[in-house]
Design a protein around this ligand. Structure first.
Ligand code: AMP
Ligand code: GLY
Length: 414
């Protein structure tokens, strides 16, 4: 099977790594990829969100399966365009990807499907926002309606800040505050049915102790030893299946990865958000533990026949990933600084390094080119061992101003 992966981050490096370990995968292509993915796949400098360019690349490389990593191409309709051109693609059509592309659409779908989520009001004027803040009360949760690369949400007790964020965003969704640990459950869906991957937890805030601004995610671990053992099954039954049924009823069946961001509240699970793609960096740890070959699983889902993939198997033990961020991330990440120590880091038993925001400069040096630069991944017989290995490896990376959280996967479990 020839596979083309679209995207260029740590998630896509993790996807490419797992695909390269599937004996059925004989050739890997990536667009645009990154220097880490280049060690596993042939790279093509094509923009994933440009449907015409991606179709042209698919015609040249003739993949049996195309895996769309990021949300932007999905929301731009690339998966549907590829299918219409005759290619098998893992990723939802534009209509179904709106479950991530519009928070208000996601709320409408959840309401119609009876999926438990925070009470919410969609507002497009100042007075509407004021009324919603009064009704739902503090802490205030205000979300930009459209895609915002992880920067559209604020949670604050400061009403002025909530109002300012709303004014800067245009249409917003104001939500009831949910209290409890957050988990990410990924469901591989074929349009009608779905199978859950192991629940994972990510760390969205920039600094230790969940301080600082929201980020794309500073680390993750899986599995979750503290989570209810039936969490994945319950999520499929109460969240994923009703959502798939509602999207199919609307004529936009969801085929691809439905990511349920959940809050485990004292009143039960609540959906915080849906994404239409694998989470980053949770994917890095979830795929590390997946025993089932990834190419076969994604191809079965893309073919509308998930049942043919059989029951998923999981490796014992745990995986942890620590994100190495560039100086100044998330506000204004520095780029162009040289990265060293990757080979040293990968010598720590159980660990390896995925590239997230890296590039080669004109003289071929590996440099930082994005806010989240590297993902140090490590596995071990348990979470503590995986965590130790990840931090030992992280300490071997040399990047001027590079930094990471020091409490990823640290006890007590959250
Ligand atoms: P979202 O992009 O919707 O996932 O929001 C980003 C982050 O904001 C989430 O991971 C939560 O940490 C926080 N958040 C979002 N919605 C809520 C909510 N209703 N209550 C509490 N925290 C929230
Ligand atoms: N880790 C959060 C996300 O991928 O949206």
């Amino acid at each position: 099977m020839r596979v083309l992966v679209l995207g260029s981050g740590g998630r896509e490096h993790a996807l490419a790594r797992s695909l390269s370990m599937d004996p059925a995968v004989t050739q890997l292509h990536a667009a645009p990829g990154n220097p880490g993915i280049a060690e596993l796949a042939e790279l093509h400098s094509v923009t994933p969100a440009d449907p015409a360019a991606v179709i042209e690349l698919a015609r040249q490389t003739a993949p049996d399966l195309i895996v769309v990593g990021p949300e932007a191409p999905l929301v731009a309709g690339v998966a549907g365009a590829l299918r219409a051109a005759g290619f098998r693609c893992f990723g939802p059509d534009q209509g179904a990807a709106m479950i991530e592309g519009s928070k208000s659409f996601a709320k409408q779908v959840m309401t119609a499907a009876g999926v438990p989520t925070a009470a919410a009001r969609t507002c497009s004027t100042g007075p509407d926002v004021q009324a919603a803040l009064d009704e739902l009360g503090p802490p205030y949760v205000v979300k930009a309606d459209g895609l915002a690369a992880g920067k559209g949400v604020i949670v604050t007790t400061d009403r002025t800040e909530a109002l300012e964020h709303a004014a800067a965003c245009g249409t917003v969704v104001v939500e009831e505050f949910l209290d409890g640990p957050e988990v990410s459950v990924f469901a591989v869906a074929d349009g009608r049915s779905a199978v859950a991957l192991q629940p994972a937890q990510d760390y969205k805030r920039a600094y230790d102790g969940d301080a600082g601004p929201n980020t794309g995610g500073m680390g993750a671990y899986a599995p979750l030893p503290w989570a209810p053992p039936d969490l994945a099954d319950e999520t499929i039954a109460t969240v994923v299946q009703p959502t798939l049924a509602e999207l199919a009823r609307r004529g936009t069946p969801f085929s691809g990865l439905l990511y349920a961001g959940l809050c485990l509240t004292s009143r039960g699970i609540r959906v915080v958000e849906f994404n239409a793609r694998f989470g980053d960096p949770e994917t890095q740890v979830v795929l590390d533990r997946l025993g089932t070959p990834l190419g076969g699983l994604l191809a079965a889902a893309a073919a509308g026949d998930l049942a043919s993939a059989g029951k998923l198997t999981w490796l014992p033990g745990a995986a942890v990933t620590v994100v190495i961020a560039a100086q100044g991330y998330p506000a204004s990440p520095a780029s162009g600084d040289e990265i060293a120590g990757i080979d040293d880091a990968a010598r720590v038993p159980g660990s390896y390094v995925l590239h997230a925001g890296t590039a080669r400069d004109s003289s071929g040096r590996l440099v930082a080119s994005g806010g989240r630069v590297l993902n140090i991944v490590a596995n071990g017989p348990d979470q503590a061992a995986a965590r130790d290995a990840a931090y030992q490896a992280a300490a071997r990376i040399r990047l001027r101003g590079g930094w990471h959280r020091s409490d990823i996967a640290a006890p007590p479990a959250r």
